[in-house]
Design a protein around this ligand. Sequence first.
Ligand code: Z5A
Length: 212
Amino acid sequence: MLGKFIVIEGLEGAGKTTAINAVTHILIKKNITELVYTREPGGTAIAEALRTIIKKGLNDEPLTDKAELLMFYAARIQLIENVIKPALQANKWVIGDRHDLSTQAYQGGGRQIDPQFLSMLREGVLAGFKPDLTIYMDISPELGLQRARSRGALDRIEQESLPFFERIRARYLELARRDKSIITIDASQSLEHVTHDLQHVLNLWLHSNGID
Ligand code: Z5A
């Protein structure tokens, strides 16, 4: 793989869109201009169809936690094989709005899926494929949901209870502490401070990868 895969993660309303714009700006300044954007779930025809079912449900049929989990992985592997890997092989950089860390946090932490089942599924589907860098935008569920609400109606997952989102945040923080390829940003700060921190950590990471 010649390109790099950078993922932005966080609770809803954390400011992932703002972060993606800031990362783009920094990469372009370094003359990295062949950029591909992905969002998960989504990014291929099949993955987008799954996204609609996951977010809106279908005909009021209850969606079980395991079916939801399998849909996220089905969407993800479609995206990896059809979009992400071909882009990386063509020396493009991929900027992802969410990836597998979301599953670990939302389905593992939020839905409390059995850890052994989750890790078996992850290994079986992804076979070790992972981002080069993940930027986790940390925010409290209260503030994140307040921001998300100001944009309009909440979807199926966004309507979950506060403890659900507290478990997700706790899992994100725990996983970020354990994995050096995940960098945490305090997303509760003003836009100006968040952008400053993003520039700082990304420039350091690029430098450590020989890109100045
Ligand atoms: N999900 C899952 O469960 N498992 C998985 O494996 C995956 C996903 C991949 C995807 O929905 C849902 O699927 C998501 C997780 C779950 N569900 N939930 N709940 P999505 O893609 O539609 O939603 P999202 O990923 O959560 O995106 P979002 O709501 O658009 O969040 P955001 O991108 O972080 O928000 P934003 O648009 O950048 O910012 C929100 C607002 O806050 C906006 O008006 C900004 O102007 C404002 N903002 C941002 N930063 C600031 C600061 N610093 N100060 C003040 N205001 C700010």
